[in-house]
Ligand binder design. Structure first.
Ligand SMILES: *Cc1c(COP(=O)(O)O)cnc(C)c1O
Length: 384
């Protein structure tokens, strides 16, 4: 059954019509291998290189600095492990944050088993990572700082440029997971002083299964997938031409419409947050009021089980998320909500609603009404 109202754009977005249209020829007419020398192959190569320019343009990079990958998680793995392996003779210390996406967090945990040392910086109550905390964690043997540009659960926008400056001054490689930021906030790898930056197409109306990693010219990383010489030998495997074309088209569109979309999203987000906080008692916003992703609303409901709320919302045709999609289904509470100091009950009573370009004010209002009814119902069930 399809949901009538989709409010989980942080988990994934639909492929937009122009993106789909751009991709189709690379499935059924121009389906050549981009490494082949004959006509069809050359057409595919041309399309891949055009997408590389589109991505580079959108983030202020040079085309040769863009590598295509299989997803945002792969970009994060390649950035973190790739740096760790390339620089292990120089040092074995990595700094990251306690609120990273599992693609960074679990990569770091795995590296700890390979004799790397990792410092996990804690955020404040709103999920903000203070640059001074990063600075004071820097050691002689620190080889990498990895901090996300914006948090996928509570929407906090992080001080990337400040941390990038610290990393640059200390001569440490700086990676930022911008998967959630792309399409929502302007990205410029030079202003951010990023050496490595991850994005994923399906978070900004592109297809699933394709991502990119920006690798600043002169930055050394090891490859994780060995084989052919694709992507400058850093990511072997025949290129996903339709996916790459989709990524290029999607990021160009997202960048062009960024201001307008972000403004519209922020209106819908504020309408959601304000109405819920005003009309439903025992509610609290998680994450900051300002400096928040334009489409993110994360709220804790007193005396409510978030999973129950989610299931009831689904029955009413509304798609949302409790905590993060990666923790959904498991009983463990979100590491992000825990890191900002929520109790287990508060974390379990949390709901994430993330708006997208297709949402309307009427949908927002209906969603709040439905949430209100469900919350009253669930609370009366438990408390008579
Ligand atoms: C979605 C997401 C990822 C993972 O991207 P995939 O393409 O789904 O692997 C990584 N980091 C953040 C912040 C995300 O929101």
């Amino acid at each position: 059954m399809m949901n009538r109202i989709y409010l989980d754009h942080a988990a994934t977005t639909p492929v937009s019509a122009p993106v789909l249209e751009a991709m189709i020829p690379f499935f059924n007419s121009c389906w050549g291998n981009a490494s082949s020398v004959y006509g069809t192959g050359r057409e595919a190569r041309k399309a891949v290189e055009k997408a590389r320019r589109q991505v580079a343009e959108a983030i202020g990079a040079e085309p040769r600095e863009i590598l295509f990958t299989g997803c945002g998680s792969e970009s994060d793995n390649l950035a973190v492990k790739g740096t760790a392996f390339a620089l292990k003779e120089k040092g074995r210390h990595i700094i990251t944050t306690a609120i990273e996406h599992p693609a960074v967090l679990n990569t770091c945990r795995w590296l700890e088993k390979q004799e790397f040392e990792v410092t996990y910086i804690n955020p404040d109550k709103e999920g903000y990572i203070a640059p001074e905390k990063i600075l004071s964690a820097v050691r002689e043997d620190t080889i990498l700082i990895s901090m996300m540009a914006a948090n996928n659960e509570i929407g906090t926008i992080e001080p990337v440029a400040e941390v990038g400056t610290i990393a640059r001054e200390k001569g440490i490689c700086f990676h930022t997971d911008a998967v959630q930021a792309a399409g929502a906030v302007p990205i410029n790898v030079n202003e951010w002083k990023a050496d490595l930056l991850s994005i994923s197409a399906h978070k900004f109306y592109g297809p699933k299964g394709v991502g990119a990693l920006y690798v600043r010219h002169g930055t050394h990383i090891d490859s994780l997938i060995h084989g052919g010489e694709q992507e400058r030998g850093l990511r072997a495997g025949t290129e996903n031409v339709p996916g790459i074309v989709g990524l290029g088209t999607a990021i160009e569109a997202a960048n062009k419409d960024l201001k307008q979309n972000a403004g519209r999203m922020a209106c819908l987000r504020d309408r959601l947050i304000n109405t819920i906080l005003r009309e439903i008692s025992g509610t609290k916003l998680n994450g900051p009021r300002e400096g928040r992703l334009p489409n993110n609303c994360n709220i804790s409901f007193d005396r409510i089980d978030g999973e129950a709320l989610l299931l009831r919302l689904d029955l009413a045709g509304i798609a949302a998320s409790s905590g993060s999609a990666c923790t959904a289904g498991s009983q463990e509470i979100s590491h992000v909500l825990k890191a900002i100091g929520l109790t287990e009950l508060e974390a379990k009573g949390s709901l994430r609603l993330t708006t997208g370009t297709g949402n309307t004010e009427a949908e927002i209002d209906e969603t709040v009404t439905v949430i209100h009814e469900i919350v009253n119902d669930l609370r009366s069930l438990f408390h008579g």
